[in-house]
Design a protein. Sequence first.
Length: 155
Amino acid sequence: MADPRPAHVHRIRVRPVDCDRRGVVHASRYPIFFEAAMVETVRSLLGSYRELEKHGVEFAVAETSVRYLGEAGVDDMMRINVRVRTLGSTTMTLGFEAEVDGTPVAVGWTRYTACGTPEPRHTPIPDELRRALEQRTRATRNGHGSTTTPLTKRP
């Protein structure tokens, strides 16, 4: 059973530029959609993605995976559910579930590493973001049943 409540829900309208000649979303676009969903998740929790920059932090993609389940096309409204899979001191892994009209089209995850700015070195995730992510995850687990992908701590 999937988590009943995501940390964030992002919606995106599929544009012609996102599609191949058949009018179907090209596989290379899903990581871009997932990145946009991550930025909007941070914005929903902190008020602005720029809050990270104020802490001297940005997120770099360390690893990503996408599994394609169906097709989305031009002008479809895609819903992307974002869930916290793991939260470490300098990394976080977010899970993504993309669907159109309730039909799954892709699932994936991305592991992000918090890096300092301007010095590109591993940096702790800011406490304000960590607390917001932990609260959202606890509410998902405790308020709406158990999850199949519980939050785990990573170094």
